[in-house]
Design a protein around this ligand. Structure first.
Ligand code: NAP
Length: 324
């Protein structure tokens, strides 16, 4: 195999800068596995790294993209292995989050062996591709760091997208009363996942309603640390996952000092990525206590349309690219 199809870009911009083209097929290094990609899901991080906005998406490539093929949450089949990659054999079904290297919008990608895990029994490629980043954010934001307990009040900002879809369901399973915030198009979707209350962010600013929460999980943070701490109950926590660079910097600088008197925690959540940490979410999925909603499926040559659909704010749950 000499060539393969991939979706390539060499400068930041709209989906118009993407080209579906033939490139040289990769060869695995000693510790790598060559994976034939069967499905790859889209994340907001793909959209942000395409645009080069917010600025944190340009880490490693301030003027031009560091990686020329986006796509980080992959599921597929082992095609070949490097000499030191001994855990997998050709034909094995595997999945991974390869955010640090990207390259999933292609027919094949080389993945360090340590980033791969066997696909959970009975799981489809599309669900395995939907899980990695979104489920890691939900698991850590709601459970591991959010420490949600039964009876608590939880607000998830940006709850109609990929991570929000899992986060709403997990918070409900833990017995919380959940408020989901997103655009108008996604209100019904958030309700269908179990949200008790929904807010349209274009009409209502949740930091000004007077309501307070034990946990705010923020997937789209654009306000100040003071606004967030105002919306927390005593002992409550605010966790920033994504949003603007200005908010991120402010939270890093003054977040730890904000709301201390009332034992409030206002923090940035650095998500530990990697499918090997996802066992609790995978179990819940396999028991069908958490469902994966795939809003749309696209073929590889329609990745630009898929990213446009996500970036324009229409995606409810996950968007998955199926690679034939
Ligand atoms: N902290 C970490 O370690 C870490 C790791 C991985 C990823 N991330 C970040 O996690 C974030 C969320 O990822 P995701 O995949 O869940 O994104 P997603 O699927 O795009 O969902 C985000 C949702 O937020 C909504 N939204 C946009 N602006 C909003 C606002 N002002 N108020 C409320 N909701 C708003 C979006 O709707 P619209 O469509 O209307 O815009 C969308 O439904 C990304 O920013 C990503 O970079 C962080």
């Amino acid at each position: 195999m000499d060539a393969m199809k991939a979706v390539v870009y060499t400068r930041y911009g709209s989906p118009d800068v993407l080209r579906v083209t033939d490139v040289a097929a990769p060869t695995p290094r000693d510790n790598e596995v060559l994976v034939k990609v069967r499905a790859v899901s889209l994340n907001a991080s793909d959209w942000e790294t395409l645009l080069g906005k917010p600025l944190y998406s340009r880490i490693g490539g301030p003027f031009r993209p560091r990686h020329h093929v986006l796509g980080s949450d992959i599921a597929g089949q082992v095609e070949a292995t490097g000499v030191n990659a001994t855990r997998f054999r050709p034909g094995d079904d595997v999945f991974a989050d390869i955010l640090s290297q990207m390259g999933g919008f292609a027919e094949y990608v080389c993945v360090p062996e340590r980033a791969l895990a066997p696909m959970p029994t009975g799981m489809t490629y599309e669900v395995a591709a939907a899980l990695p980043q979104a489920a890691a954010i939900a698991q850590q934001g709601i459970r591991d760091k959010g420490l949600v307990q039964s009876g608590q009040s939880v607000l998830i900002n940006g709850a109609g997208g990929g991570s929000g879809m899992y986060a709403i369901q997990l918070a409900k399973l833990l017995g919380a009363e959940v408020t989901g915030v997103d655009n108008e198009e996604k209100l019904e979707f958030m309700r269908s996942l179990g949200a008790d209350h929904v807010l349209d962010y274009a009409r209502e600013d949740f930091t000004r309603t007077g309501s307070t929460y034990d946990l705010i999980l923020d997937l789209a943070g654009y306000r100040s640390a003071f606004a967030y701490q105002r919306s927390l109950r005593p002992g409550g926590r605010y966790l920033f996952v994504g949003g603007s660079m200005a908010t991120l910097l402010q939270l890093l600088l003054i977040g730890p000092m904000t709301g201390r008197a009332a034992r409030k925690k206002v923090r940035v959540l650095a998500v530990r990525l990697g499918v090997q940490h996802l066992a609790p979410m995978i179990e819940l999925c396999q028991e069908q206590r958490i469902v994966t909603v795939i809003d749309r499926r696209y073929p590889l040559n329609e990745v630009p349309d898929a990213l446009r659909y996500l970036g324009e704010g229409h995606a409810k749950g996950k968007v998955v690219v199926i690679v034939d």
